[in-house]
Design a protein around this ligand. Sequence first.
Ligand code: ADP
Length: 349
Amino acid sequence: MGRVPHITPDAASDAATSDAAPTRNATTHPAAPTHGTRAGGVGQGVVRARGLSKRYGDFTAVDGIDFEVQPGESFGFLGPNGAGKSTTMSMIGGVSTRSDGELTVMGLDPDREGPRVRAHLGVVPQQDNLDEEIRVRDNLFVYGRYFGLKRSYLKDKIGELLEFAQLTDKANARVDALSGGMKRRLTIARSLVNDPQILLLDEPTTGLDPQARHILWDRLFRLKEQGTTLLVTTHFMDEAEQLCDRLIVVDNGRIMAEGSPAQLIRDYSTREVLEVRFGSDANRAAAAELAGLGERQEVLADRVLVYADDGEAALAQVLARGLTPVASLVRRSSLEDVFLHLTGRSLVD
Ligand code: ADP
């Protein structure tokens, strides 16, 4: 993964003046309908890209992609490491200029109007870049002041954000005493200090344990319910399925497919998948015997995947052919299967 966008002090110029709190709802995140009627205009995507490209010398990291994110939507960029997800986020955040194409955020050009764009954004970078040696509360305070927000505004706001992040009882703890999940929630709380309409989340749960991930997803879901538009990059199919209303599958800087998780699975996979294992080195030979079974098959190093709407029926046919897998599993198709079908590779190497 590449660099991550971050807010620079000039973002404050539109977020608020040094003497005034933001004009948006200062007590909580605004309701969904207000988002679509602001700078982006009614019926327009809050983020729109046409032919968006980024080149580093001869190398093309983002290769002419088109997408449009609607207000209040949770929109995902799903793809493996190196697909160009962070680069796209950086261009949206106005911290990396595009090489080609069009890009607007709330109707504004991030390259020309970076501070105004960043005033609408909250940014959660892939790596928590909190100040480890100061208290949780002070991290939010310092960031808010850096953003030019008034002390009196921050006093109330910080209490609200700590509650949202379920960190009220940690307000006076040093950051280096927090768990990974707590740090992530604090980073998210920090990104919300200016009441952004759009939140950019770069690999939000990478490195977290399952319980911490679920807590984080719950918090993000609440933000979405409150109307915040979420842009999420991830290489986790379960995260994309949990968080995203709609997503683009990206690989090598290009869009391979676009749709809701359910729609992508319908379009690019079968309802069920039969996984059969024949033991080391035996899978490829066994796969030859499975010819014609299901709609299609994928042979992986450790197993054969048979794509069929009825996985149990497919398993019965495997056994009827006299084959005896050492293990079998019938499961529903996932975005991992979609990715495999589209690229011939597994999403997580
Ligand atoms: P992802 O977020 O999907 O993992 P990135 O956007 O970080 O992918 O990177 C896309 C590609 O661009 C990768 O091959 C990466 O090595 C390359 N890349 C990213 N930043 C730079 C840079 N500053 N200079 C050269 N290549 C870069």
